[in-house]
Design a protein around this ligand. Sequence first.
Ligand SMILES: NC(=O)c1ccc[n+]([C@@H]2O[C@H](COP(=O)([O-])OP(=O)(O)OC[C@H]3O[C@@H](n4cnc5c(N)ncnc54)[C@H](O)[C@@H]3O)[C@@H](O)[C@H]2O)c1
Length: 339
Amino acid sequence: MVKAVVLGAAGGIGQPLALLLKANPLVTELGLYDIVNTPGVAADLSHIATPAKVEGYLPPDDGLKKVLTGADVVVIPAGVPRKPGMTRDDLFKINAGIVRDLATGIATAAPKAFVLVISNPVNSTVPIVAEVFKKHNVFDPKRLFGVTTLDVVRASTFVSEILNDLGLSKDIVVPVVGGHSGVTIVPLLSQSSHTLPSSLSTAQYDTLVNRIQFGGDEVVKAKDGAGSATLSMAYAGAEFAGKILRALKGEKGIIAPSYVSLLADTEGAAVLTKELGETVQFFSTPIELGTEGVVKINPLGKITEAEQTLIKAAIPELLKNIQTGVEFIAGAKTEEPRL
Ligand SMILES: NC(=O)c1ccc[n+]([C@@H]2O[C@H](COP(=O)([O-])OP(=O)(O)OC[C@H]3O[C@@H](n4cnc5c(N)ncnc54)[C@H](O)[C@@H]3O)[C@@H](O)[C@H]2O)c1
C-alpha cells in the first residue's frame, strides 16, 4: 500500500501531476490538497480505472492533517508561478511562506514521508523545508528532494533535437547538476549517453547550455502571462515520483538527479565537496535511491574545462539561494533569489 499526496493539487502542475500519479499502478491511495477545487479534481480522477483511491481535501476541518495522515510520498507544487511583471522577490516571499506552512503540516502529520519539492525557487524552498523539519526534530536528509527532473527532461529533448531525432529523446541521459535556476543548472553534456556531433561549434554548445539553463523562460514567454511550465513539469514530476515509488517498493540501483542535502550521504558528499572545491549544503547530482531514500550521492566524475567553468559560476549563486531559504526560517532578512 502506498499513499501519495499532492499539495497544490488543483493547480496547473498539480492537476496533470495528480492524473499521472493516478495512472501509476504503484499508488494505492492518492490524497489531493489545495486551497481550492480539490473535491472536484478528486471526483473527476476517481472515475479512472486504476488502483488508487482518490480523496480531495481543502483547508477547513483539518484538511491538511487529514490528507497527510499515512502519506508515504508528498509532492509539493503549491504556490505561485512566474508571471511577467512579478518581481522575483515577490514570488519568493509568497512561495516561501506557502512552503513553510505546508512543511510544518508534514513535520507534524507525516514526518516519515518522502518529500518532493517542486515549488520555486527550489534552490531556496528545499532549505526552507529542511529548516522547518529541523525545528520539529524530524529532519531526515535522505527523505527530502528538490525536483530538478525538468532540467534533465529538457536536456534529453534538446540534445535529441540537435541529433535530429526526437525518437531518441526518451533514451538520452544527460546528468544535470548544481541547482534548479538559471546559471545554477549545469548540464554535463560531456557525459551524455548519446555523443553530440563533433561538428558542434563552441557557439552552438553555449546556445545548448543556455537553452537548458533558461528553458523555463521560453515557456513563460510563450504563455504570455498565463504562467510557467505546467505540463512538462507534471511529466517530469511524475517521472521522478515514479522512481521514488519504485525505490520504496524495493527496486535497487535507481539513479536520478535531485537537489538534496549533502548530509544525506556524508561519504558521497565528501568526494563531491572535494570535486567542487567548496562546501555547499545542498546540491543536485545523480543520486541512488533505496527504500530509505538517498542511498548514495554520486560524484560529478570526469568533466570538461567548460563544465568546470559552469560549476564555478553556479556555486556563488547557489550558496546565496540556500542562505536565503535558511534565513527566511531563521526570521532574518531575506535576499532576492534568482529563478
Ligand atoms: N521545479 C520545477 O521545475 C518547476 C517548474 C515549473 C513551475 N514550478 C513551480 O511550481 C509552482 C506551481 O506552479 P503552477 O504553474 O502549478 O501554479 P498554479 O498557480 O497553476 O498552481 C498552484 C496551486 O497552488 C495552490 N496553492 C496556493 N497556496 C496554497 C497553499 N497554501 N496550500 C495548498 N495549495 C496552495 C493554488 O491554489 C494553485 O492551485 C510554482 O512555484 C512554480 O514556480 C516549478
